[in-house]
Design a protein around this ligand. Structure first.
Ligand code: ZN
Length: 57
């Protein structure tokens, strides 16, 4: 992964991402306390492809 921030899909807050985080990992938004999953749009390892999705369980 990369060190940086991804947008929370619920409240648009910046959620910190660390280099140890992997696709499918669970992250928590410190702003709205939502449980989020780290996902990727395509197979390209492009930084813009990573996003956070609501964790539906
Ligand atoms: Zn949030």
């Amino acid at each position: 992964m990369f060190e940086g921030y991804l947008e929370c899909p619920l409240c648009d807050a910046d959620v910190p991402v660390s280099q140890e985080d992997k696709i499918g990992d669970e992250l928590f938004c410190a702003c709205c306390l939502a449980s989020l999953k780290l996902k990727k749009k395509s197979d390209a390892w492009d930084r813009d492809d990573f996003y956070l999705d609501e964790d539906y369980g």
